[in-house]
Design a protein around this ligand. Sequence first.
Ligand code: IVH
Length: 672
Amino acid sequence: MTAKSIENQLNQLRDNLRYHEHKYYVENQPEISDEDFDSMMKQLEALETETPELVTTDSPTQRVGGSVGFGERVQHYSSMLSLDNTFGPDELYDFDRRVKQMLPEERIEYVAELKIDGLGVSLVYENGLLTRGATRGDGEYGENVTANLRTVRSIPLKIASIESSPALMEVRGEVFIPRDRMDDINKERIENEEAPFVNPRNAAAGSVRLLDASITASRPLDIFIYTVGYAEGIEFATHSEALGLLERMGFKVNPSTECFPSIEGVVEYCRRQTTERENIAYDVDGVVVKVNSIAQQSELGFTAKSPRWAVSCKFPARKATTRVRAIDVQVGRTGVLTPRAILEPVHLSGATITHATLHNEQDLHRKDVRVGDTIVLERSGDVIPKVISVVKEKRDGTEKEFHLPDRCPACDSPVQRSTEEVAVRCVNSACPMQLKRRIESFAWRSALNIEGLGPAVITQLVDSGLVSSVADLYDLKKADIVEFERVGEKSADNLLREIEGSKRAPAAKVLFGLGIMHVGQNVAELLIEHFSSIDALAAADVEEIASIHGIGPKLAESVRQFFQQSANQEFLRRLKDAGLQWESDDSPPPEISQESFFTGKTFVLTGTLSQMARSDASKKIKECGGKTTSSVTSKTDYLIAGESAGSKYDRAMELGVEILTEEEFLARLPTD
Ligand code: IVH
């Protein structure tokens, strides 16, 4: 293929992928199946691997990676102001009066839109390409979070070409997480011993500021763009016109926005949205009302901190008061003790609340929650309710302070309080409660998918002493379990069949089921895709793991640590012996077209390559019939050394292993 035709092919694939990304993430109207989309993406990735010099930053494959300037303080082109709040129709009428006082004689048109409860961000596009993403910060200065915002699939990396493409453009919007995705995120956080996010806004804010963009990429972040901050050479007559342009440029603009010829319509819109609120897929904390005409906006101007041409109309908060009956303690998968308030049942935004997490001892004492206290609860969407405050006036002196116990409530072994972390932890690796939690997550549908292994059965398995490690599940006999309460012949058979069936679960699911901190489903798949087997992953060093496109350093370190622990090594050996899938089943044997320089040789990659990612170099070597390993030994044929190669270089010198520079390596790759 000629260079030109490869480039054409790349461009076509990218345009196609952009089109379908827009259909899926912006319009919510996918035209092709996820499988077709993925296979198109794989095709592009493969082609880009072959022609690394043709990879562009706006390619759909380049959402994760690169972090220039991350975390730096950046100045906004113009201040990102906040809005004055109004509560209820009367205050909206007041706003309308104020506007008309300043603009007598004029007809005022209003735009009403949802006020998304997320994180305000600014996106800068230079010559159509996303070059900077920042948080709102204090309105003047924000934080550079470009690397993380690039992972949000509804944010275009490249503006769709339209009649007028400004050389410089800044748009503003609100990043959010849909409510129904919060449960998944919090489940993962609890497993990782992190306090669950109390609401989608915190989850969005936390995700956008993570240091590892590959973790951000796994969060279901979305965005609505609500305004143009600056667009070189473009003037708008109205706000609605700006929204229209944004939409045509490929930005996600909220579809509930409406225009009204007078404030009455706005009042009615607010009333409607207040009741609609529970049915909206994301958290909305009110309505933003804006004067539509840009000329009128300029006339009205600003006060010190907010525009005179816009207000927000806040919805009432979803709060309730109730009493703390008791406080109990839960023990998580890795032994962290979490205090939990047991409440007098209370109704709050469509659910009856009986429990609220108190996160940790520090948080509990900061809020000074005591048994018997009357507390204010807030619930945001489907999220675990949060204790906002204690109504201290209601105390009568009978309330009791609570302290986490010195012994684990499940196994009675002494707990560990470290000075570095807030968590109080049961460090008994044989603690039955921890084990129960580990079995639960091992059996999840998204992991080994063992149906019938619910809390009741798990409790009996552990309490009877039959199972003291997840691996013991594979030694269970029917006679062992038919005796259990509420487990008859039939369900015993079913359970054993399910456990047997889990041996067919693909290696990626096994890896996910191991419960390695930060290794979610997607990451497990990426890891297996790259390493082809759990053993190869276990033998890899942090560098190699982190070199995978989509895996960051924190995640790589967590994986490495898991495989280093000797207790885990024994556990893994038992699972493997039991017959669980250890290798990826769908890795086709590498296509070795002909003998090449690489055939049958063992390579180690080190340092930074300038032409391609190490993982891609490794893929190339495999395609050419060679093998890559992570450490230099006497069996290594060649070390390929990129920029700032370290200890592996020294080791290769010591052992007399031949060293190739990047150019020497590239020169030996076959040209197709
Ligand atoms: S307009 C000067 N529109 O609310 C105009 N803001 O209190 C100010 N927000 O920081 C922004 N949805 O992060 C606007 N449809 C919307 C919004 C919205 C959410 C946030 C935004 C801003 C804060 C203003």
